[in-house]
Ligand binder design. Sequence first.
Ligand code: DHB
Length: 376
Amino acid sequence: MLSHLLALAGIESVAIDLRRRREIEATHRAGILERDSVRMLIDTGVSDRVLRDGHEHKGIDLRFDGVSHRIDFQALVGASTWLYPQTDVFIDLVEARERDGGDIRFGVTDTQVLDITDARPGIRFADADGVGHEIRCRYLVGADGSRSLCRFEVPATERQQYFREYPFAWFGILAEAPKSAPELIYARSDRGFALISQRTPTLQRMYFQCAPTENVDDWSNDRIWHELQARIAGRDGYALHEGRVLEKSVLPFRSFVQEPIRYGNMLLVGDAAHTVPPTGAKGLNLALADVRVLAELLERAIVKNDTQALDHYTPRALARVWKAQNFSYWMTTMLHQLPDATDFDNRRQLGELEMVVTSESGSRYLAEAYTGWPTP
Ligand code: DHB
């Protein structure tokens, strides 16, 4: 997305990725786009496929004590989210860069970042055929994900890293089954959290809280469905449509922010700069929000020769990041069971959920944060 936006501003870029294109296309990730992420894909001319193949969701269900409560995003904040998997966003972006003559090199190895505090930083790598390259540039962007190496290019004395670990993880499945609900269900139960999501009319994505050490091989089809059904069961008799489980994996949970996210002529974006727990699906949306800010500032720096412009990157991007950190943490702690929770903790958690679904102010905060804070 950044190389696409820079190209629109007449700025040349080269993107390199360690993984191969097909490998990225086959990796399942989250599936919810904020309103402005959708607008960005459409308004900047990437693709309007999200409007045809994506599904508009005008709300979500919060389910607790065996009862569902709809949070109506349209009524509360006049916005929707779109169910459109991150892999499809990737496919659209790569096709747009190919269409527009962009330079993206997949499957590189042996990367080495060079001279980030010099006027001409660079990167050395071997391409997919093993041929060595060195590219020099004005600015180097570290968009190398949650296991970022670029973030460690900022000297230890100059950076601060904020962490939070959680004593649980998500067990994620992809199942061949019809949809169980028109929109997403976020369910709190005494057995732990469950999330009922979707992919296509015949393929569903669901998650349930598990131990970080959980082994997917210990979970048969039957055991998975029994656990999911138990977590969403209630007096309304609601039950999930079951089917063959095609994929299962354990997703780690953590909150992380590095500060600053600009150092010399290197800029960090997305998971390289910050990671959120998955509850609320903010990861990809935050990365796109970083890029929106960064493209504007790089254009000012490069095209308008405004050398101070990039000083604004860390404070502007991190203002949104910390709001999203709070939202993701809040959604997580409001819906998950802590291993050492007391009766008081459980009753308080139900009180919090009751507040959110019965108070317009409570619901509106959730709706506003979930659909994404407006970007100027
Ligand atoms: C999905 C993932 C999330 O983390 C979430 O909050 C909602 C949906 C998904 O993969 O569909």
